[in-house]
Design a protein around this ligand. Structure first.
Ligand SMILES: [Fe+2]
Length: 390
């Protein structure tokens, strides 16, 4: 079957501003949203003085409260606390300036500000009955693409399950891509988040829900990330490199919404959450292994991917891992106690359902083994892999 022309529905942020210094247009962008705003920021925006500058720039008649994310990937507990604070006084809109965690936390807070049930209920699949507050997103890392998606990834603090709450109404109403916001981002964060963006673009490109439009945008995203990530990582970047990287990540968010993802994001969620590995790093490590797994199903798409990456796709990705000093923290780690949880969460994830090849338990075990994990009863599992794949 040929790929559809367009995703259905096609969801895009209504307004995107981009260029050096565009963050200063924030108050113009929200001027019709009401006088009472909440700015959710990461620690980097506080440290750089950006939050102070923006507070001072607030025009007369606009009241702006601040909420600083404590760090780490957002949990349902953190979301509940933020919602309590939002509901304690009237808020008309929310703006977020930060990395993917800040954006996801703030997006979920905007989405659930007037919700009737607890965040956990929606995390467990309850349908959303209310509209979100207007939401503006300005990323300070180039990675998750959250500024261009309709979902927010959250962690259940009890059992460490990591899942998205998603709703078509959650698309940010305005996005600001300001390359100046990337300045000062530490190199390991640039590498991890940039490889997350690259993984998302490649998984959307290879997804079973890909369309002509998502393929075009995904290939542009892959080209931009491949070209601009190395100079930004090495500190030799121009404004053009930083905006290219931010744009590649934004395109990656768009295609994630259009075509969904694949096995890497299916397995990265339980592994990252259980072993406290940054999301982008575990995605980066799984990406070449997943391409090996999917290669036969990809056909000529693998060649077009290689063309965008200017070399054999798997080899180029491995050379990026080496250049960015990304190594598996799971080498030799015994995952016996968590194996069944990892397999169950991976196979049940929406990302895995979108993988171009149907993913089986032996596929997941192969991937874990190739990551360097120690599996229980290795011999028995290997013979089971052999039986099920032969
Ligand atoms: Fe991701």
């Amino acid at each position: 079957m040929t790929a559809p022309f367009l995703p259905d529905p096609l969801l895009l942020p209504p307004t995107t501003l981009s260029g050096p210094g565009r963050i200063h247009a924030l108050f113009e962008a929200v001027q019709d949203w009401g006088p009472r705003g909440l700015l959710v920021i990461g620690k980097s925006a506080v440290k750089s003085g950006l939050s102070t500058t923006l507070t001072q720039l607030a025009p007369p008649g606009i009241s702006l409260d601040l909420a600083v994310h404590v760090g780490g990937e957002p949990t349902l507990d953190q979301l509940e606390l933020l919602l309590q604070s939002i509901r304690s006084r009237p808020i008309d809109w929310i703006a977020a300036i930060g990395g993917g965690s800040v954006l996801d936390l703030a997006k979920a807070a905007a989405g659930l500000a007037h919700a009737h049930q607890s965040p956990t209920a929606y995390f467990n699949g309850a349908p959303l009955e209310v509209d979100p507050l207007p939401f503006l997103a300005a990323p300070t890392t180039a990675g998750t693409g959250s500024e261009a998606t309709v979902n927010a990834v959250l962690i259940h603090p009890g059992d460490r399950r990591k899942k998205s709450i998603r709703d078509p109404r959650w698309m940010p109403r305005c996005v600001i891509l300001d390359p100046n916001l990337l300045i000062g981002c530490p190199a390991p964060v640039i590498a991890d988040s940039g490889m997350d963006a690259l993984t998302q673009a490649i998984e959307a490109y290879t997804s079973r829900y890909a369309s002509r439009l998502s393929d075009s945008v995904a290939l542009e995203s892959i080209d931009l990330l491949h070209r601009h990530l190395p100079p930004v990582y090495s500190g030799a970047a121009t404004d053009d490199d930083r905006l290219g990287l931010l744009s590649g990540s934004y395109f990656g968010g768009l295609v994630l919404s259009m075509a969904r993802l694949g096995i890497v994001h299916g397995i990265a969620h339980p592994l990252g959450s259980l072993y406290h590995i940054p999301h982008g790093r575990i995605c980066a490590l799984c990406l070449p292994l997943a391409l090996e797994l999917n290669r036969t199903s990809l056909g000529e798409k693998y060649d077009r991917l290689s063309c965008a990456l200017e070399g054999d796709a798997i080899s180029v990705i491995r050379s990026h891992l080496s250049a960015f000093d990304i190594h598996s923290p799971l080498e030799g780690v015994d995952i016996s106690d968590s194996l069944e949880f990892i397999v169950k969460e991976t196979l049940a994830s929406g990302s895995c359902q979108a993988n171009c090849k149907t993913v089986t338990r032996p596929d997941v075990l192969t991937l874990l083994r190739d990551l360097g994990c120690r599996l229980p009863t290795m011999t028995a599992e290997r013979s089971s892999i052999h039986r099920e794949t032969s």
